[in-house]
Design a protein around this ligand. Structure first.
Ligand SMILES: Cc1cc2nc3c(=O)[nH]c(=O)nc-3n(C[C@H](O)[C@H](O)[C@H](O)COP(=O)(O)OP(=O)(O)OC[C@H]3O[C@@H](n4cnc5c(N)ncnc54)[C@H](O)[C@@H]3O)c2cc1C
Ligand SMILES: Cc1cc2nc3c(=O)[nH]c(=O)nc-3n(C[C@H](O)[C@H](O)[C@H](O)COP(=O)(O)O)c2cc1C
Length: 483
């Protein structure tokens, strides 16, 4: 192959090199000590990322450097894209197409039609009416998980089970007022033609501090906590966990800011994604989502932007700005293929969609669900539906892990190990494995459990078990949607 074009995002959740799942096996081969020389290969890398992360576009950078190290020649410098990637990505694509057109004789390019609903995006979101909302976690739960339904009629959005939807939230007005007070700047002050209050309410991320803000605070307060931490990324992340912009500003009460400095301190307010919990076969004109409401803090309640925008600040009948986030790799296989679904907590969301889909299609493949949360009496999300699916055969097997209902912690991975022989038998018969939910601990523990199960019941050593899992990844039979 004379050319390769690499488009790669970064996910810092435990994979080597922060690779997204579908690049893990590729990266392992590319980074191996015995990787072949690639003289004569020409390439370019478009890296996708978010410069709010310390390791901005890390995966793309590694691939770019490794290809060069192996002797390949850059067609063009790597482009690192932030969340507003469209323009840079289009330029890169156009440049690459021009370069390749000079090299490769192609006919007229085929026109590719946009998929339906493609006109809705971050710059042009659809106003979806909130038509239902209810609490799923029961009285007494330590969590507040809610179910919402958003009406998509008239949008043309044509989603599939496995997709997500992005919600563009508005900031908490209480936090906006507190920040205005701390900044002591008139809320009507116009910055880049927008009044400050509006910038803080609708346009800037005022909850999660930006790296720019941390740098500025560290530089202007050299004796302060941030200055000590700013070079120790792990410690910084640990110390700042849960603290918002106001916490950081309150820790440096002597610092003042001019209006013109502010745009450099805040990142744009980003939309949040939610896995769609309904199947279009069931409800073509709306999407349902399962959202954990984030609230914490004692002196002052700190609130997740989007989850409390939905829970507290959007009344039924009001609209929410949304756009589709297709996930074409997180799809159900053919109806006769069995699936193992591992989705504790809000990780259940896409699997509710999958089960609705499998029921509607009367799929013949087996469906095995691992679900868990803290307590059965309060946190068994969608209990009635899941129980009914088990009774009518939509679900072949259900394993429940409620961590706090017995003295010893019980998690989905505990159940996977316990049911290891059967789990391995399902894999051997061609089942696909899906994992959704918490990336930080759950997804890692589940992967370890899978490797253990494969090693124990497949009678392999750990490295052969890992290779078995790699084969599942390549065959698109081990798919994750974790956050
Ligand atoms: C593909 C994808 C699918 C997703 N699907 C779902 C889904 O189905 N359901 C769902 O609920 N979420 C889902 N998420 C996560 C979702 O997008 C948001 O990140 C989440 O709802 C929090 O957003 P927020 O705006 O409410 O909170 P933010 O304002 O973004 O605040 C979140 C931050 O709060 C802090 N925090 C959280 N809890 C605590 C605590 N107890 N103590 C201290 N600090 C804390 C953490 O620093 C965290 O980063 C998904 C994410 C992705 C990428
Ligand atoms: C869980 C998670 C972790 C991420 N980690 C990083 C990171 O370390 N560095 C970075 O530049 N971007 C990071 N991102 C941002 C993604 O790379 C970025 O959103 C990218 O555009 C996603 O593209 P994709 O949806 O096509 O995979 C992360 C996103 C998520 C959801």
């Amino acid at each position: 192959v004379p050319f390769i074009l690499v488009v790669c995002s970064t996910y810092n959740e435990g994979n080597e090199g922060d690779m997204p799942d579908n690049a893990v096996v590729f990266w392992r081969a590319l980074s191996a000590a015995d990787a072949p020389h690639l003289d004569g290969l020409r390439y370019s890398v478009l890296a996708l990322g978010d410069d709010g992360y310390f390791d901005f576009c890390h995966a793309g950078l590694l691939i770019d450097e490794r290809l060069a190290e192996l002797g390949a020649e850059r067609l063009a410098d790597r482009i690192d894209c932030d969340i507003y990637f469209e323009e840079a990505a289009e330029q890169w694509s156009a440049g690459m197409l021009d370069l390749l057109a000079l090299e490769v004789q192609t006919g007229e390019p085929e026109a590719v039609a946009d998929p339906p609903g493609a006109e809705w995006n971050r710059r042009n979101p659809f106003e979806a009416r909130l038509v239902a909302g209810r609490r799923l976690s029961k009285e007494g739960s330590q969590k507040e998980v809610r179910h919402y339904e958003l009406d998509l009629s008239g949008s043309g959005i044509d989603y599939a089970a496995g997709d997500s939807i992005a919600v563009q939230p508005e900031n908490d007005p209480e936090l906006v007022e507190l920040l205005l007070r701390r900044l002591a700047i008139d809320p009507g002050t116009v910055i880049d033609s927008v009044p400050l209050r509006e910038l803080l309410s609708l346009h800037w991320e005022i909850r999660t501090p930006s790296l720019e803000l941390m740098d500025v605070l560290a530089a202007r307060d050299p004796e302060g906590e941030l200055a000590r931490l700013v070079d120790d990324r792990k410690e910084l992340e640990r110390t700042l966990y849960g603290r918002d912009v106001l916490d950081l500003l309150d820790a440096t009460p002597h610092l003042t800011f001019q209006p013109k400095e502010l745009p450099g301190l805040f990142r744009p307010l980003q939309s949040r994604q939610f896995s769609i919990a309904s199947s279009p076969l069931f409800k073509p004109d709306s999407v349902e989502i399962t959202v954990a409401t984030i609230r914490h803090g004692e002196d002052r309640e700190r609130r997740g932007v989007a989850s409390t925008f939905l829970a507290d600040r959007t009344a039924l009948g009001e609209t929410v700005r949304v756009y589709p986030q297709p996930n074409t790799s997180f799809r159900l296989p053919a109806d006769d293929v069995s699936v193992i679904l591992i989705g504790p907590g809000t990780g259940i969301a896409p699997f509710r969609a999958f089960m609705q889909e499998r029921k509607a299609r009367d799929s013949s493949g087996g469906t095995w669900l691992f679900f868990g949360d803290r307590s059965r009496s309060t946190d068994f999300l969608y209990e009635d539906e899941i129980t009914a699916w088990l009774e009518d055969g939509t679900l072949t097997r259900l394993d429940l892990a409620f961590s706090r209902d017995q003295p010893e912690k019980d998690y989905v991975q505990t159940h996977m190990r316990r049911a290891g022989a059967e789990l391995f038998a399902w894999l051997e018969r061609g089942a696909s494995v899906y994992v959704c939910g918490d990336a930080e601990r759950m997804a890692r523990d589940v992967e370890e459990a899978l490797i253990d199960v494969i090693a124990t019941h497949g009678k392999r050593d750990t490295s052969a078990a890992k290779a078995y899992l790699d084969d599942l990844i390549v065959a698109k039979r081990y798919l994750r949607d974790v956050y």
